[in-house]
Design a binder for this molecule. Sequence first.
Ligand SMILES: C[S@@+](CC[C@H](N)C(=O)[O-])C[C@H]1O[C@@H](n2cnc3c(N)ncnc32)[C@H](O)[C@@H]1O
Length: 425
Amino acid sequence: MWYLCVFFHRLLDYRRAEVEALAELFGAFDDGVGDDHHQLQWKLPERHHPDSPFHLVNLPSEDAARNIANRSLLVKGIYELWGEGDNYEELEKAVTSYPDERKLPYLATETTFRIVVDSFGKIINFEEQNKRIQSLKFIPFKGRVNLKNPEQKFWLMETDDYGSKNGLPPVVQKRIFFGREVGAADRKLLPTYQLKSRNYLGPTAMDAEMAFLMANQALATKGKLVYDPFVGTGSILVAAAHFGAMTMGADIDIRVVRDGRGPDCNYGLPMPISLLRADNNLPSWRQGLKEIFDAIICDPPYGVRAGGRKSGGRKLLKGAVDPYTVPDDKRTGHIPSTAPYSLAECVHDLLELAARMLVMNGPYTDDIAELAMKMHLEFKENHLKWLEDGNLHSAVFSPTSSVNGASGDSNFNRDSKPKYRGKYV
Ligand SMILES: C[S@@+](CC[C@H](N)C(=O)[O-])C[C@H]1O[C@@H](n2cnc3c(N)ncnc32)[C@H](O)[C@@H]1O
């Protein structure tokens, strides 16, 4: 069935991806048809730009829709759409002709309900909101109003022509939607886990919203093992542990491993099964060990706020001194020398790690493996040129430029770079 999926207007490129991951997590694809069915269908409302917060998604059941919405960070709500229109006359016609058997159970005498008026691209004051609610009298609500804890929440959502006045591309045009809420994001967990609530912080500690979003995309859940090879202060593992996953992390910096102590610090979450002082460039896995992690989630050192480091001092790596063993009397408190670790090498090592240590038939499907391989080859071929051009980040990490591949041309195309979309991105 098609549902109206309304997103928060932020992190635009991550919104559908989060819903798709959660659909997989909640078994929305387990229809017995087989593996090649792993894709959600999406549509946009009439005259809405892909950046619009309003999308239509086809989900197999209301339970799936509710589970996805309730666990998501970027879904404001998923709604059973009772009607839409360019004006209130059209909306009334559409809602009236929506089948009674779908509407009446939610309007019955014994239910409690609330109507929420929401808008995008404009502000509707309290008085106008009340007028809008009065104009819905044609819907036979029989239940009692309960503003605090209603069984049913109905949403009247109005969008204005948005974007034309502020220099951004127009993302939505005037449209009115009316629907019954099936599920909504629980963003209360963000204040709980916000960085200022932590005892241990670093200069690159990851913001809670991004960490939870990554944990969602990686399908972190009970019974899964999640690894962060650049664990830092552990923000990603906090999110994965919140969702019930077992966690494990590593960092080359002994101070964060020793003092950070991972997810349990403030929140009473289970400790990681292991926190290692380890270099991603020099894997410490025993020979033959493979397929251990269900997901590897990380925020590698991109060299923006802090560069990566790898084991071995400059002299050692240049071959100017031979490998040596630290004498016993100098071992206590010894901090091994490190040298710069380039982003190219880091991405290469991460792909090696993923190929070896991710379990087969996990969330990482053939499509993702194929895409990763394509991006890896493209990166290998072009990274020096991109570095010189100063385009490395957008070229490598833009999902739109790689997935759609606009022209199918593997060479980086300047126009395919994601555009700055103002304060929301
Ligand atoms: C961007 S930070 C990660 C921050 C982390 N997500 C957090 O919330 O605190 C990158 C981390 O990678 C670590 N690092 C740099 N080079 C490394 C390497 N070769 N192997 C493992 N960790 C490394 C740094 O010490 C730093 O803690």
